[in-house]
Design a protein around this ligand. Sequence first.
Ligand code: SD4
Length: 337
Amino acid sequence: MFLPLVLIFSSSPFSLGQAPLPLAVNTWPFKSASAAAWSVLRSGGSVLDAVEKGCSRCEQEQCDGSVGFGGSPDESGETTLDAMIMNGNTMEVGAVADLRRIKNAIGVARAVMERTEHTMLVGESASVFAENMGFVAEDLTTNTSLNIFSQWLKGNCQPNYRKNVSPDSSKSCGPYRPEAGLTQKRARPVNIHSHDTIGLIALDGNGHVAAGTSTNGLNHKVPGRVGDSPIIGAGAYADSSAGAAAATGDGDIMMRFLPSYLAVELMRAGADPSAACKSAISRIKRHYSDFFGAIICANITGHYGAACNKAPSLAEFHYMVSNPQSDTPTLKSVDCF
Ligand code: SD4
């Protein structure tokens, strides 16, 4: 039972020595998010500010339509947002899920962390909290999201996440009722076009680590659905005594395995970031061999890595790295396995 661990951990992360810090790593080729995080870090700003600025840049720019307003309309056509931020020094977390009418989800997540004793607020009440904290309420619908929604309705509500309901959700729109028996296993309609969350991890030169995520989730999700992104240890995790990780992909599957927590714990035990990322993906793969997903990892010595599961729409995963070596966001990629 210990043999694989011995193999994975045979080289200590620290044997590679210290890598350049500060460091920002984020999922997908979201260059301006990386630049926003980097401009905070290079001017001596905090890792929390770097994570917040990077993620909110994506929210404003609607990165790939999968972050921020106007993307991934749910079954009723509404865009709702999930986000979290974690302080690896204090282990404080702020998260929001199913947030409505507020564009700056990562900002609200940070307000949950800094202005309440709670960890997560959800739904309508999270929006009320946000408004009380000074965030502006506005419609998150755009022509793009309306168009995605109306195409979906015209196409008999396909793809669709319901199963074991009547009428048959693989052919018809709702409203749905439960069907007798649990026989239907639907193919999951998740691919690179329905997924692109930003997950961002930041390390400064003083041993501070933070991580965060922001997403509008999944196209055509069932209203109220919360993905992995705001779930601590699933979407992201940070611990300044070990490192940080952030995940992207099919959150409904991935959150069952807490991949970000697992990767950080593996790095704590000595795995290098690439091996830790790979092990976290392998754990999920054992049960869901073709799931869509990837993870980024960094340890406290400034080394980083990523891994992804080889799936029909994902052969290679792209992510961004900023550190003093290049002083500009650099696109990296890893082959999925
Ligand atoms: C979710 N994991 O809501 C998010 C979406 C995502 O890359 O990661 N996209 O399931």
